[in-house]
Design a protein around this ligand. Structure first.
Ligand code: ADP
Ligand code: MG
Length: 380
């Protein structure tokens, strides 16, 4: 990919650019915990964006997307927003850097990537993080890493119409080979944990479905969580977010809140604890426990939080039947991928069977993505 990028850069601009990269991400465990002030546990992956960039001495950005085979030129003022969606990510990163007092002037760039788009691996965060990191480096702005992640997040909010949390950009900027990062979404404290699953592979099976329920259901889940937290807060004023609550405190209010809210809260409180349990297990190199927690998360998302769907439950059940170490739906739910922790020797039969049986049942083939935990934003 690097060679192709530089070749195109030479053709367009007559020289080579400096190379920068960043990555997509997975989240091993910790789903629907972010807006409840709990933990997420993401890591950057071996699929990302690479960009060749060179300051061009003008006030224009000249950008070429290899994957879309499209060239766009834009200025750096608010009214210069380009029409192409992919270019808006780059424009947004420029604008958000400028808003933070950073310098950005015209540059040439050619870039490409291998994160599947819209599959739940956050190709958009990979794109934002590549440019946020690169511009900070090239213009020597000295913006800290957390703020670089926020530049990506604000780009989504203000220039791409996506009201996302911070996890994707955080993972993409902070990601490190062989490490997952536990992020406390209330305090923004984070800690690296080793993730070197020798003898296992991580593989995602993409159901390639997206059920329409997602956004209205999401708002309902949030309301349930806030309702449960408010009830608990009457007895325990220290509960700011649902993640602050102990399980027994939830039991105290069981009669006061709708059963549905109770089940949603039961999932969230359990999920926060599971992230902590997985971190402990990783420090012991105990991947069997990690896998078991993943199954528990899937159960919770399916039966308590009710954000799974037939396709994902099918993949999860098949994984269990084949003795796959861990499996769960990844992301918000109602479609997307399952993430699976599979012993090396089981990898081939599992993937083969999953593809065959899923295709036979649902009439379309799932996609398969191997992932290895790798470095996030960096200069090559
Ligand atoms: P995801 O879940 O993968 O982040 P999004 O819809 O948020 O999906 O972001 C995908 C968008 O990001 C694409 O439509 C495109 O505009 C941009 N993008 C991602 N990867 C690339 C790439 N390799 N080249 C050009 N644009 C990309
Ligand atoms: Mg995205």
């Amino acid at each position: 990919m690097k060679e192709k990028i530089q070749e195109k850069f030479r053709t367009l601009f007559g020289e080579e650019g400096e190379l920068f990269a960043s990555a997509g991400r997975i989240n091993l465990i910790g789903e629907h915990t972010d807006y409840n002030g709990g933990y997420v546990f993401p890591g950057a992956i071996d699929k990302g964006i690479i960009a060749a960039i060179k300051i061009n001495g003008t006030d224009k950005v000249k950008a070429y997307s290899l994957d879309y085979d499209e060239y766009v030129e834009f200025g750096l003022n608010e009214e210069d927003k380009p029409n192409q969606a992919w270019a808006c990510y780059i424009f947004g990163v420029c604008r958000e850097t400028i808003k933070r007092g950073g310098k950005v002037a015209g540059f040439n760039t050619v870039f490409a990537g291998d994160v599947p788009l819209g599959a739940g691996l956050s190709s958009s965060a990979a794109l934002e993080s590549t440019f946020a990191f690169a511009l900070n480096y090239l213009f020597q702005n000295g913006i800290d890493k957390f703020e670089l992640a926020k530049i990506g997040q604000s780009t989504e909010h203000n220039y791409c119409g996506v009201k996302c949390g911070i996890m994707d950009q955080f993972a993409s900027i902070f990601g490190k080979e062989g490490s997952l990062i536990r992020l406390n979404c209330k305090t923004m404290e984070y800690k690296y944990f080793p993730f070197n699953p020798a003898g296992y592979k991580l593989v995602l099976i993409d159901s390639c479905v997206k059920h329409e329920l997602a956004s209205s259901a999401y708002n309902k889940r949030r309301a349930s969580c806030e309702n449960a937290a408010a009830a608990i807060r009457k007895n325990h004023p220290e509960v700011e977010f649902l993640s602050d609550a102990k399980r027994v405190w939830l039991d105290e209010v069981r009669e006061e809140i709708p059963e549905e809210d109770f089940l949603r809260a039961e999932y969230v409180i359990g999920e926060v604890q599971r992230v902590l349990d997985v971190c402990d297990a990783l420090e012991r190199g105990d991947f069997e426990t990690v896998g078991e927690m993943m199954y528990q998360t899937h159960f919770g998302m399916s039966r308590l939080y009710e954000v799974s769907c037939e396709e994902l439950d099918f993949l999860n059940k098949l994984a269990r039947k084949m003795d796959v170490t861990g499996s769960r739906v990844m992301g918000g739910g109602f479609g997307g991928c399952t993430i699976n922790l599979v012993k090396d020797e089981l990898y081939e039969p599992f993937v083969k069977t999953a593809v065959a049986e899923f295709t036979a049942k649902f009439g379309h083939a799932p996609k398969v993505y191997d992932v290895v935990i790798s470095d996030g934003a960096r200069k090559l």
